[in-house]
Design a protein around this ligand. Structure first.
Ligand SMILES: [Zn+2]
Ligand SMILES: [Zn+2]
Length: 73
């Protein structure tokens, strides 16, 4: 916890959720709808392996972080 994020479900500053229990539960099961860094709406794609969400400013975040990195060079 760094205390400077936003709720991925309702987009409010962390700790300011109107229904915290709902947000916590949703964030445990559903893809986030808002970027936790800037609260912009993210493009969410559900895949067979899980989901991925992409912020126009921060790029993609998601559970598919183990995708192979392309060779550099
Ligand atoms: Zn929330
Ligand atoms: Zn962002």
């Amino acid at each position: 916890m760094d205390g400077t994020g936003y709720c991925g479900w309702c987009g409010r500053p962390d700790g300011a959720c109107p229904d915290r229990a709902v947000c916590v539960r949703r964030r445990g099961t559903d893809p986030p709808r808002y970027c936790p860094s800037c609260a912009r709406r993210m493009v969410v794609q559900v895949t067979p392996a899980g989901w991925s969400a992409r912020c126009g400013r921060h790029g993609s975040l998601g559970v598919e972080a183990d995708a192979p990195t392309p060779p550099v060079g």
